[in-house]
Design a protein around this ligand. Sequence first.
Ligand SMILES: O=C(CO)COP(=O)(O)O
Length: 253
Amino acid sequence: MNNRTPLIAGNWKMHKTGAQAVEAASRIKTLVTSATGVEVMIAPTFTALYQVGQVLKGSPIALAGQNLHWESQGAFTGEISAQMLADAGCSQVIVGHSERRQFFGETDETVNMKIKAALSANLTPVLCIGESETEREAGNTFSVLDKQVRDGLNGFAFDGQADIVVAYEPVWAIGTGKTATREQAQEAHRFIRNLLDSLFGKPFASAVRILYGGSVKPDNVKALMEMPDVDGALVGGASLDPETFSKLVFFND
Ligand SMILES: O=C(CO)COP(=O)(O)O
């Protein structure tokens, strides 16, 4: 047993208008009110953040951005700063999602700057890492994770406070219906926790939550959550429907 509170997080990606996001968030709020011993987070699109934040006000459900820029303001057309996310009601922000790395030129260096910006605005960064199918097949899973963690967190000094969350999302499992087996997830999570231990020490490594992401569904969540180093889930597709998402929140029932 450990003291980590499980976190079930929904990443809505580029889905839902403001009205649809408000409707889904209100429904989730109702459905998960009786959930205990688990934290819930949802990450709507930028345009829906403020409205969803108003819906979630006073509830334990955390609001998160899906991305941010590392500068606090300036001539960066199309970008959003950590301060703006906090102002919209966010307490967390996803950083380095594989879709941003794949399609929008995100690198470990920009991830590092974004994490710094998030922390200085008191947002909890959810650092996403994970190998591609080719990297796994070539036997490079651990070296890829090692680099993403080392470079993404380069220059930080974390103590016992778990001020970040890590999400292991194997790229080959995202949106494909191919979930990692729970043994594969555990093996990767254990590797990440050991690495965090060597970089920042045991109190931090044993407090930090490591989420699994990639085709998490109501029928596989419990098995994944039973693994000792799996502390939650970062969910895409299955987070869009409030009823399905709430089944994930009640993974233990
Ligand atoms: O990318 C993900 C969450 O960030 C996972 O997406 P899916 O749950 O749709 O596979």
